[in-house]
Design a binder for this molecule. Structure first.
Ligand SMILES: Nc1ncnc2c1ncn2[C@@H]1O[C@H](COP(=O)(O)OP(=O)(O)OP(=O)(O)O)[C@@H](O)[C@H]1O
Ligand SMILES: [Mg+2]
Length: 259
């Protein structure tokens, strides 16, 4: 059984890559075979997984462009985290090619290139760019679940509706298996009445069941792990709090998103 999830939000810097890497770290600690698909030309996930992004490498842009069943097989590479964690690098002129394509001929190509490839993994994590463009639609078309990462701020919550609309659009046009896996709240302050009101708003918008618990606090170990290109689970007691949170999120993902 494979759990394939697209981690997304149109808003930049909210923690999509951090959540992708946190789930990958939990999968690493659990010994699960995992593929991270980097759909962002910034290629931060690729870099943090120990693979140097280069436009010369084959990557997600090529996998989309290939338009061939199983094409990603020749493009995935092992990460620097060990043999269970693989990556389809954020390379292959992702942005330029996105601008050159039409929706009707493009969306569905990533799913096609992952045919017979995703099924070899226990977990597939698709890290989307901060955009609701065609690359993100491709990510959603290739996933069984959509995982939104949101900060508990007024702008953060205002930004949720267009993302839900896109999930609905891809569900109705391209991928009937797609479901809202959940909403992960990131950078939640310990004490803030404003943040608590925003969380109440969010619960009303998507339903309490869809907001994953526990929420993620702001912690310095996140940047440390990214900087050292290492899993948070490798940081011992310093990373324990976040490691426990991502373990819980991975369990939820594996329970609710399967194909
Ligand atoms: N819970 C957290 N605690 C501390 N720092 C965090 C946390 N979440 C994210 N950050 C930091 O915030 C910055 C943005 O996070 P990240 O890159 O994960 O966001 P993103 O949504 O993927 O961004 P983009 O839209 O550019 O892809 C990074 O420097 C990251 O280390
Ligand atoms: Mg990112």
């Amino acid at each position: 059984m494979t759990s394939t999830v697209a981690v997304l939000n149109q808003k930049g810097g909210v923690g999509k890559t951090t959540v992708t890497l946190g789930l990958a770290s939990a999968a690493w600690a659990a010994g699960l075979r995992t593929l991270v698909v980097d759909l962002d030309a910034q290629a931060n996930a690729t870099w943090a997984l120990g693979v140097d992004p280069s436009t010369k490498n084959l990557g997600t842009g090529d996998a989309i462009h290939a338009n061939r069943s199983g094409a990603a097989k020749e493009m995935i590479v092992p990460s620097g985290w060990g043999e269970e964690i693989w990556i389809l690098p954020g390379a292959g002129d992702l942005t330029e090619r996105e601008a050159d394509t039409r929706r009707d001929t493009s969306v569905g190509r990533l799913a096609k290139s992952l045919e017979g490839v995703a099924s070899e993994f226990d977990v597939v994590l698709i890290d989307c760019a901060p955009s609701l463009g065609l690359n993100t639609s491709n990510g959603l078309a290739a996933a069984d679940g959509a995982l939104l990462v949101v900060e508990p701020t007024i702008f953060g919550v205002r930004g949720v509706e267009p993302v839900l609309d896109l999930i609905e659009e891809v569900w109705s046009s391209d991928n009937r298996k797609l479901d809202l896996a959940g909403v992960v709240l990131n950078r939640v302050p310990a004490v803030s009445s404003d943040a608590q009101s925003r969380i109440v708003d969010l619960n009303k918008m998507v339903g309490t069941q869809s907001v994953w618990k526990p929420t993620i606090p702001q912690r310095v170990v996140v940047n440390q792990a990214h900087g050292e290109r290492a899993p948070i689970h490798a940081f011992g007691s310093q990373g324990r709090e976040l490691a426990d949170i991502f373990d819980a999120h991975l369990r939820k993902l594996r329970r609710t998103v399967t194909s």
